[in-house]
Design a protein around this ligand. Structure first.
Ligand SMILES: Cc1ncc(COP(=O)(O)O)c(C=O)c1O
Length: 386
C-alpha cells in the first residue's frame, strides 16, 4: 500500500508552478570569480566571499598546516575534548578584533543565532525582530518560545512602540547589514532605545564584517559602537572571512552564560581546528589588506552609477550586496537565466527568502572582481532587461 506521508509530488509541482522551485548547480573547483559549474565557466556575482579570501594562498596554507598539526576532525564538542589551542587563539583574536572582552566560536551562523537567542530568552520574555531579519534570527526567536514580535523594517518608531508595550524582559534582534537588501540597521537609534527600555540588543553582522569600517570591524565599527552599546555581537566566518563557522562577541559573563546554556554550542562537534587556523590567517589579511575594502567600494560605486544610468531599480545599499528589485518570481528567474546565458551567475532570490512580490536579483561583489567584469555585467543586465 502507498504511504500518503511520502507523497511529495503535489507540493513539488506547486513550487515549480509558482517559480519557487530551487535547484543546485554543481561547482567544479575552488570558490573564485570564475567558477566552473555544470560544465561551463561563469563569472560569479553571487557569492558572499566579499574580500576574495576563500581561495587565498595564505588562507589555504594555514588550513593545510592546521591539518598537519591537528588532523581533520575535532573529535567532540568544545566542552568535551574538542577545544584546541587553534580555537582558543582564534577566539582571543576575534575578541581583540571586535573590541569585546571575549568571543565564542560556533559551528555556523545559523547555529549561533539559534543558540544565543534561545539561551537568553524564555517563555515569559519578548523578542523583537526586524521584519527582514535573516531566517536564523527568526528561527532563534521562535525556538526560544518568547513572545515573538516583528517590527517594520528598520523602523525605529515601530520598534519604540513595540518596546513600550513589552511587559516582560525583552531583546531586540537585528541583522547589521540586511542579507537580501544590503542596507544597514539604524543601530545608533536602536542602541538608544534598547538602553532606555532596559532591553537586550543582539546584532548579527554576518555581511558587515570585513566590508564595513576602516579595519573591517563591520557595522559596529562603521557607527563607532562599543560593547556597552551593542552587547551581543554575532559574526559569521563563511562570508568575508572566506572560511566557515561563526562567533559571538561580548562580555565575560555573556560568553560564560552561552558556554553553559546555548544548546547549539554544547551539543555539537567543534568545527575542525584547521578551519580555525585558516580563519586566523584570513582575520590577519582582512585587517591589514585594507585595499580589498577600497577596491570593493570602487566596484560598488561603478556598478551603482552604471545601473542607475540604465534605470535599474537598486536598493539603498552601499555594501557588497546590490540587489536589483524585480518583484515577480517568474521574471526574476528569467532574468537570472538570461544572465547565465551570457556567462554571469547572479542568483534569483524569491519568497520565502524575501517577502512576497519582492523577488530580486541579488548581485554581490568581491574585491577580486575587475572593473571590466563589472562593466561586462552591466552590459549583460542591459541585454537581459531589453
Ligand atoms: C544575516 C545572516 N546570519 C546568519 C547566516 C548564517 O550563517 P552560516 O552560513 O554561517 O550558517 C546568514 C547566511 O548564511 C546570514 O545572512
Amino acid at each position: 500500500m502507498v504511504n500518503a506521508f511520502y507523497d511529495f509530488a503535489g507540493e513539488l509541482r506547486r513550487l515549480e508552478q509558482d517559480n519557487l522551485y530551487r535547484r543546485r548547480r554543481v561547482v567544479d573547483g575552488p570558490q573564485d570569480i570564475k567558477l566552473n559549474a555544470d560544465g561551463r565557466q561563469l563569472i560569479n556575482f553571487c557569492s558572499n566571499d566579499y574580500l576574495g579570501l576563500a581561495n587565498h594562498p595564505e588562507v589555504k596554507a594555514a588550513f593545510k598546516a592546521g591539518v598537519d598539526s591537528y588532523g581533520v576532525g575535532s573529535g567532540s564538542a568544545h566542552l568535551i575534548c574538542g577545544h584546541s589551542n587553534a580555537h582558543h587563539a582564534l577566539e582571543e583574536e576575534l575578541a581583540a578584533f571586535t573590541g569585546r572582552d571575549r568571543a565564542l566560536l560556533f559551528s555556523t551562523g545559523y547555529m549561533a543565532n539559534l543558540g544565543v537567542i534561545s539561551a537568553l530568552l524564555g517563555r515569559s520574555d519578548t523578542v523583537l525582530e526586524d521584519r527582514l531579519n535573516h531566517a536564523s534570527l527568526l528561527d532563534g526567536g521562535l525556538l526560544s518560545r518568547a513572545r515573538f514580535q516583528r517590527y517594520r523594517h528598520a523602523d525605529v518608531e515601530d520598534l519604540q512602540a513595540k518596546l513600550s508595550n513589552a511587559a516582560s524582559k525583552a531583546m531586540v534582534v537585528s541583522d547589521g547589514v540586511f542579507s537580501m537588501d544590503g542596507d544597514l540597521a539604524p543601530l545608533p537609534a536602536m542602541v538608544e532605545l534598547a538602553e532606555r527600555h532596559h532591553a537586550g540588543l543582539l546584532v548579527d553582522d554576518a555581511h558587515g564584517f570585513g566590508v564595513l569600517g576602516k579595519n573591517g570591524g563591520g557595522v559596529v565599527e562603521h557607527f563607532g559602537l562599543s560593547q556597552n552599546q551593542v552587547p551581543i555581537l554575532i559574526g559569521t566566518l563563511g562570508k568575508a572571512f572566506g572560511t566557515f563557522g561563526a562567533f559571538v562577541a561580548g562580555s565575560e559573563d555573556l560568553i560564560e552564560m552561552l558556554i553553559q546554556k546555548a544548546r547549539s554550542y554544547v551539543f555539537t562537534t567543534a568545527l575542525p581546528a584547521a578551519v580555525a587556523e585558516a580563519t586566523r590567517a584570513s582575520l590577519r589579511l582582512l585587517q591589514v589588506e585594507s585595499w580589498r575594502r577600497e577596491q570593493l567600494q570602487n566596484l560598488i560605486g561603478r556598478f551603482r552609477q552604471g545601473a542607475q544610468q540604465q534605470g535599474l531599480e537598486l536598493m539603498d545599499s552601499f555594501t557588497a550586496i546590490q540587489p536589483v528589485l524585480i518583484g515577480d518570481s517568474g521574471q526574476t528567474v528569467a532574468a537570472s537565466q538570461r544572465l547565465l546565458e551570457q556567462g554571469f551567475w547572479v542568483s534569483a532570490i524569491r519568497p520565502p527568502t524575501v517577502p512576497a512580490g519582492s523577488a530580486r536579483l541579488r548581485i554581490t561583489f568581491s574585491a577580486n572582481h575587475t572593473e571590466q567584469q563589472v562593466d561586462a555585467l552591466l552590459a549583460a543586465l542591459a541585454k537581459a532587461f531589453s
